[in-house]
Write a protein that binds this ligand. Structure first.
Ligand SMILES: *Cc1c(COP(=O)(O)O)cnc(C)c1O
Length: 391
């Protein structure tokens, strides 16, 4: 269960609910592992901010990682303001399927690498980007699916993400003039074997072009900080690719950076029963505060609980919104749940607060940092104005 969980149990009555608690110690543990991988492989590792943008921790992240990457202007600006502007060796990267002209003007001032999703976007911005001294890349699509989460598979037929070999070759070598790198992102929560398979497809299709590149960005989706990740295979692959093609490899994990570093504390508001199913309505919502539970879908880990039927008392945990499907999952407990009981969900740092919304006028969970010395502090508190201002 871990010492951080023990500490959260101690403070569980002190913190407001719902709240996210992100542990500095757990985050730093991930960062140390990622740094070791980068050092051993001789590659660079960036934080993909779309998974985790709690910039309170960017100074810590900047101590270990080589920079940040963004899905567009706002993330790029956050990475710049909160990290790269202050930390000189920090690299600021951006990829977007299509850039807005106004956004590109700003990106050219704050980014180091700009990755284009098509040759027409590259042609549109080439002159300005090269004049601004940017390192530019093209995202390729190796059309190699190694996973079955269709909505997270950029290699699915008809995908808009990345240039396929057919279109790549149509444009010919002239179109590559000024391009310094290739980028692919094909994985989601996967181990090194899927990267090896993907890299084989990349080499087979695009290998001839890699010799003229300065860098190759292997995207995210590498579950490097998961307990069963094959770090040795990853390091060996990166070393081989860098040596063979004479380039620098970048990885840009999001999930792996803050995997299992966050918690969501919630409180039971009410218990209702229907057809033998007892639902505990809690003050957090799957739809608003953990949308991946519905989108992915997955069952978030909950401390001191079991699968439905495993322990004496089984409950369906659900949000207080009007959405019938606002269900977190079925869990069992040794003791009966009571109104006012507090529950602790795990793995709530990534793809949680960045995806929050105020559907139904739901309050946003407070964001709390649990420092390495065990003290906690509120980083952000939200209220009615945060709901109203966006409408
Ligand atoms: C989503 C994404 C990432 C990060 O993915 P994780 O699964 O969080 O590691 C990195 N690069 C690109 C281009 C992405 O779209």
């Amino acid at each position: 269960m871990g010492i951080e969980y023990e500490r959260i149990k101690e403070i569980i009555q002190e913190v407001p609910t719902p709240c996210y608690i992100v542990s500095e110690a757990l985050l730093e543990k991930n960062l140390k592992l990622l740094r070791r991988v980068a050092d051993r492989a001789g590659c660079k590792i960036l934080l993909a901010q779309k998974a985790f943008s709690m910039y309170y921790y960017y100074p810590l992240i900047g101590k270990y990682l080589d920079g940040v990457t963004a899905s567009g202007l706002y993330e790029a600006r956050l990475g710049y303001e909160e990290l790269c502007q202050k930390e000189r060796r920090c690299e600021n990267h951006v990829f977007s399927p299509a850039y807005d002209k106004g956004h590109m003007e700003e990106l050219l001032q704050i980014c180091d690498h700009i990755v284009f999703n098509s040759f027409s976007q590259w042609e549109l911005y080439k002159e300005a980007a090269l004049r601004a001294g940017k390192s530019c890349g093209i995202r390729i699509n190796p059309e190699c699916s190694t996973q079955d989460h269709a909505i997270y598979d950029p290699c699915a037929p008809g995908s808009r993400l990345g240039v396929t070999l057919e279109h790549f070759e149509k444009h010919g070598l002239d179109a590559l003039e000024g391009i310094e790198g290739l980028h692919f992102h094909c994985l989601c929560e996967q181990n090194a074997d899927a990267l090896v398979t993907t890299m084989n497809a990349v080499e087979e299709k695009f290998g001839a072009y890699l010799y003229q590149m300065k860098w190759l960005n292997m995207g995210g989706g590498h579950h490097i900080t998961k307990y069963d990740y094959d770090v040795e295979a990853l390091v060996a692959l990166i070393q081989r690719i860098q040596k063979k093609y004479g380039l620098t490899v970048y990885l840009e994990p999001g999930e792996a950076v803050a995997l299992n570093a966050g918690f969501l504390v919630t409180q039971v508001l009410e218990l209702v029963s229907n057809h033998g199913i007892v639902t505990a309505i809690v003050d957090t919502s799957a739809a608003c505060h953990m949308p991946d539970v519905i989108e992915m879908p997955y069952r978030p880990p909950l401390y001191n609980s079991g699968e439905a039927g495993e322990k004496a008392f089984t409950y369906r945990l659900a949000g207080p919104t009007c959405l019938a499907g606002d269900l977190i999952g079925d869990y069992s407990f040794d003791d009966e749940l009571k109104v006012g009981d507090r529950l602790i969900f795990g793995d709530m740092a990534i793809y949680s607060m960045v995806k929050n919304n105020t559907f139904n006028g739901m309050p946003l969970p407070e964001i709390i940092a649990l420092d390495a010395n065990g003290t906690w502090q509120t980083v952000k508190r939200f209220g009615y104005e945060d709901f109203k201002r966006r409408l």
